[in-house]
Write a protein that binds this ligand. Structure first.
Ligand SMILES: [Fe+2]
Length: 569
């Protein structure tokens, strides 16, 4: 059975009310599932990852946010950012490429990869753009983080009003400082960025750091920040439509940066780091916040996977079959079984202890996204890590990818045919698989989230924490794409292997490809919360570089944003 062909369905997303169609919805399940995704309008691009950002939100309590009693509100919207508005006004001057959407205004900030909650505030992020604040209730665009002049702009091509800012889709919120930590990199150099929620960002160059490829994640402990190179390779010829000639790097540097060094150094001045080389390659990693016994990091390696490559016309899959045009644009799935490691770095001695590893070539393939207890308490002492694995999917691997990685792929590890998707629970810190549930071969499980059982019950704990934090006491909520209809499954986080306790769906509802998801305890409007935010009107200093008609469009977009004019009116 194949991957859903509706993954790249271009029908306009709609609001829906879901009903429970299986099991019993847990009474204590509350809050909001928020999901970032590229808008399907842009799925005909060479890489569907780069469509304008949109958000979905599912209210986990029945009868809220306009849903009838007993039903669950599924709501969605494009983020009406300056990028999205400019493109809507002049679609003829925008060009989709393998590395993003370009225009005479500058590159689109796609803001489509991960929802990042910060208290009641919500940000949509992307690796090649500034974090974009969104109203979690209305999805209205509120502003980007930091004026462009405070970031390093990667000036490749014209960018009079839309700068290219290389950052990360996974910033972190520091619970002790109440700031956002993220990065800004340019031509291999690394800068750490701190933002206190309003006004200018602060930025420090990291002495001796190098980013050979890109950055997708920043992680933190109480005293340290961790920034690793990401296995997303962009070769120069790809910018002009050429083919890849090299696989992603098989290893990369991991930088450990002491927060105290940043605290005491004026922005703009060098801050030191310690560097370790890490293999295999990786995109996502999560440090345990408590660093009393060293800097312990869970690495979700992405060995021999290439999400920078996509299927195109004429491609042949791993089994020698022509690739289905319905999957055109699908990124390259792993050509090696999943490997997850838990490493402990000692920055004083310069040593690394390999604490645990998970590797099951028979069952665990194509790990993509995870559910984590993101509360401060949950990150301080995690108990469980939940992951989605798509299974070995030969139709998502092309012969071109296999040829590029031929020196690294071990054919003896490739299963005979496809294997099913799994939802897996691993115990922390030993990474033992303590529960798993097999989904249908025609399912495409998307990003799961962890929802604590009783958030806010203990006044001594943070808002996002339940009374027994860590990732075991609560639910895992899993959106599942399927050509027969979209559904949301709810699992007891401590008993994934028992299967879903409840399923919600609506007949005929299709949800296409989406990226990361997150949980918020509630969705309230933040537009009037008193925070000052960057206005697009303040970023028109270079509007004079545009031809007159496009300059008029940019000014009109700034006016529309200032007056809250909805997109498309
Ligand atoms: Fe990610």
């Amino acid at each position: 059975m194949p991957l859903p062909r509706s993954l790249f369905c271009r029908d306009a997303p709609q609001d829906h009310d879901l009903t429970v169609t299986g099991g019993k919805w847990p009474a204590g399940l509350t809050g909001e599932l928020v999901i970032s995704a590229p808008h399907p309008d842009t799925f005909d691009a060479p890489h569907p990852f780069f469509g304008e950002g949109m958000m979905y939100r599912l209210s986990l309590a029945a009868g809220s946010h306009g849903a009838a009693p007993g039903t669950f509100a599924w709501r969605q919207s494009t983020i009406a950012s300056p990028s999205a508005r400019l493109r809507a006004a002049r679609p003829d001057v925008f060009t989709a490429t393998m590395v993003g959407v370009q225009s005479p205004f500058g590159p689109v900030n796609a803001a489509n990869t991960a929802p990042v909650p910060w208290g009641d505030r919500l940000f949509a992020t992307w690796d090649a753009g500034r974090p974009t604040e969104v109203d979690p209730l209305t999805f209205a665009y509120l502003g980007e983080v930091g004026h462009r002049s405070q970031w390093i702009n990667l000036e490749v091509g014209p960018q009079p009003v839309l700068p290219r800012v290389m950052s990360t889709a996974h910033p972190v919120i520091d619970p002790d400082r109440n700031v956002m930590w993220t990065v800004n990199h340019s031509w291999g150099s690394l800068h750490v960025v701190r933002w206190d929620g309003e006004g200018p960002i602060e930025r420090w160059p990291i002495a001796g750091a190098s980013i050979p490829q890109s950055v997708h994640t920043i992680s933190q402990t109480r005293d340290w920040l961790i920034v690793a190179d990401c296995a997303y390779k962009v070769e120069p010829q790809v910018l002009s439509g050429g083919s890849r000639t090299q696989p992603a790097n098989p290893s990369g540097p991991v930088h450990l940066i002491r927060k105290a060094d940043l605290d005491r150094t004026p922005p703009g001045h060098d801050v030191p780091c310690q560097m370790f080389e890490l293999a295999p390659e990786t995109n996502h990693y999560y440090a345990t916040y408590d660093d009393t016994d060293g800097i312990a990091i869970l690495f979700e390696h992405t060995e021999n996977a290439d999400i920078a490559m996509t299927q195109k016309a004429g491609d042949i899959d791993a089994l020698g079959r022509p690739c289905d045009p319905a999957l055109r644009g699908l990124y390259g799935f792993p050509m090696a079984p999943d490997r997850t490691t838990y490493l402990v770095f000692d920055p004083d001695r310069g040593t690394t202890v390999h604490r645990a590893e998970q590797h099951d070539p028979e069952r665990l393939w194509s790990r993509q996204l995870n559910a984590i207890d993101w509360s401060t308490e949950g990150r301080t002492a995690p108990t469980m890590h939940h992951t989605v694995h798509q299974g070995f999917r030969p139709e998502a691997i092309t012969q071109e990818m296999l040829a590029l990685y031929r020196d690294r792929v071990d054919p003896s590890l490739l299963p005979n045919g496809e294997t099913p998707p799994l939802l897996v629970t691993s115990s922390m810190p030993d990474l033992a698989v303590i529960g798993s549930w097999e989904l249908g071969q025609d399912d495409f499980p998307s990003s799961p989230i962890f929802v604590p059982r009783d958030p806010g019950a203990d006044a001594n704990k943070s808002r996002y924490s339940g009374s027994d934090p860590g990732g075991h006491d609560g639910w895992v909520v899993l959106p599942v794409m399927n050509d027969g209809g979209f559904r949301v499954e709810v699992y007891d986080a401590s008993a994934i292997g028992a299967g879903p306790v409840a399923t919600a769906s609506k007949p005929g509802m299709i949800v296409p490809f989406a990226l990361h998801a997150a949980w918020m305890p509630r969705a309230v409007s933040t537009a009037g919360d008193g925070h000052s935010r960057l206005s697009f009107s303040d970023e028109l200093e270079r509007v004079g570089e545009l031809p007159g008609d496009l300059a008029d469009v940019a000014r009109q977009v700034a006016d529309d944003l200032r007056h809250g004019v909805p997109l498309g009116t």
